[in-house]
Design a protein around this ligand. Structure first.
Ligand SMILES: Cc1ncc(COP(=O)(O)O)c(C=O)c1O
Length: 444
């Protein structure tokens, strides 16, 4: 199984030896207290370079890394070294981008409900632009710009209102939550640009995460060019279109059906549970291809930008733990949902048993975290190789929205180690203590 991504730095040999950048995970589990996160610096750099290569037919693309997907120091420093910018969503992200040495001219500020103080701080730092999501926010940014005595560049986020057949009618979606609905966007754009201290220069859309195929990006780009044409007669020159993030972690297992449905087991037995996500090369080719077409046919030439998160970091970080208790069909591990809180329903992390041969006999378990919480389940009905109490276990593809969202439900957060490009394994975030968790409580 595991190496379905060309540049994946994880290897599970037939002998059972499982390595990340050449480091034996079973040995690391003996060296450091589990659970811990492990980041590969090389993988982060490779993923970034691969993304840039995939979009290289367009010159001058800006990449604003979505800081919230993983803001560990080693990740941000490595991306900053590559010249990558940041998509920040508040003061915390902004401080991180500063610490990483990112250029404010390569930073954009996104979010549906930005605090006034953060808007002022971002203007003060001189970031590239703020992506406005509502008229209320447009007034706030205008006021902050006025206070700073400046005219600032802004973008507007749009919701392209794409439909998935049947889906929208059956499930409540997040439609119209973010940005301006496409059918209201031209009017809003004109109103924003009329504000004394705002200069509308960019259109942004972010259409979801772990998106398997490029087609919805292409429709989104069509709508963006339509909007550019509608704004032009009002004297508005849009010089950037920002396609947001959402490009998939190709190495994750994408399921047709959540494992909570027993029918998923049937599909799995038939070898039909998995859907392959397109590679970043496929996304790059399709998106830049449409961009060149639209540029030619419309005569507009905005620059192109991206806000990737997951595809840069997911397979660059794993979590190492141990099997703690086997009971009936339950396997308890010390890795908890606290460590990997994101629940994607239709995609799952790769699960590996370092030291066990990948083709050794399997048994079906519900793989559970250790906390006293019903929801602390990592997998339902998952085949596990040769599980025994005390054996090491690793969750791959856990680099996005894991440590960044980790919480302290009944226990402190886990340590983060990095495999540096030199080969050295270095702690980059110490494990929290009980005192750390309680430090902000006031008892008197
Ligand atoms: C506005 C925006 N841009 C970019 C991203 C990054 O998305 P992904 O990690 O799926 O690439 C997100 C993630 O939620 C986002 O909200």
């Amino acid at each position: 199984m595991p190496n379905n991504q060309a540049n994946d730095h994880f290897v599970w040999e037939q002998s059972g030896r499982a390595t990340f950048d050449g480091h034996d995970l079973a040995e690391l589990a003996d060296t450091y207290p589990t659970p811990f996160y492990l980041i590969s610096q090389k993988q982060v750099r490779d993923n970034y370079r691969r993304l840039r290569q995939a979009f290289s037919s367009v010159e001058g693309i800006s990449t604003y890394y979505s800081t919230k997907s993983n803001f560990e120091s080693i990740v941000l420093k490595t991306l900053a070294e590559e010249g990558c910018g940041a998509e920040i969503s508040g003061a915390l992200d902004m401080e991180l981008a500063k610490r990483a040495g990112m250029d404010p001219g390569n930073v954009v500020f996104d979010g549906p409900c930005k605090p006034a103080a953060d808007i002022e701080a971002a203007i003060d730092w001189g970031i590239h632009l703020i992506d406005i999501e509502s008229m209320t926010e447009a007034h706030m940014v205008n006021e902050a710009a006025k206070k700073a005595g400046r005219v600032v560049n802004v973008g507007m986020r749009i919701d392209p209102l794409l439909s998935k057949p049947y889906y929208d009618k059956v499930v409540s979606t997040y439609k119209k939550k973010f940005g301006f609905p496409f059918d209201e966007a031209a009017e809003a754009g004109v109103a924003i640009n009329k504000m004394e201290n705002l200069n509308l220069v960019s259109i942004m859309a972010h259409i979801g995460s772990q998106i398997f195929t490029p087609s919805r990006y292409l429709t989104t780009m069509d709508r963006m060019f339509e909007l550019i044409a509608k704004l032009k007669p009002h004297g508005i020159e849009i010089d950037e279109i920002n396609m947001g993030g959402g490009y998939p972690a190709q190495s994750m297992r994408n399921l047709r059906l959540s494992r909570r449905f027993r029918f998923a087991r049937v599909l799995e037995k038939m070898g039909r549970i998995e859907v392959k996500a397109n590679s970043i090369d496929d996304f790059g080719k399709a998106i830049t291809g449409r961009y060149h077409e639209l540029k030619r046919s419309s005569g507009f030439a905005p620059k192109l930008s991206l806000e990737p998160g997951r595809c840069l970091v997911a397979n660059a970080q794993l979590v190492v733990g141990r099997v703690k208790v086997l009971k009936n069909e339950w396997l308890f591990t010390d890795i908890s949902m606290n460590d990997v809180p994101e629940n994607l329903f239709f995609s799952e992390w790769r699960l590996v048993m370092p030291g066990k041969r990948p083709d050794s006999p399997t048994k079906i378990y519900n793989v559970s975290g250790p906390t006293l919480a019903t929801q602390d389940v990592l997998y339902f009905q998952r085949e596990v190789q040769d599980a025994e109490e005390g054996a090491p276990l690793a969750l791959l593809d856990a680099g996005a929205y894991s440590i960044a969202r980790a919480n302290q439900f009944t226990r402190p957060r886990s340590a983060v180690y990095a495999i540096l490009e030199s080969g050295e394994v270095k702690m980059v975030r110490r494990p929290e203590t009980v005192d750390d968790v309680l430090e902000t409580q006031i008892w008197s």
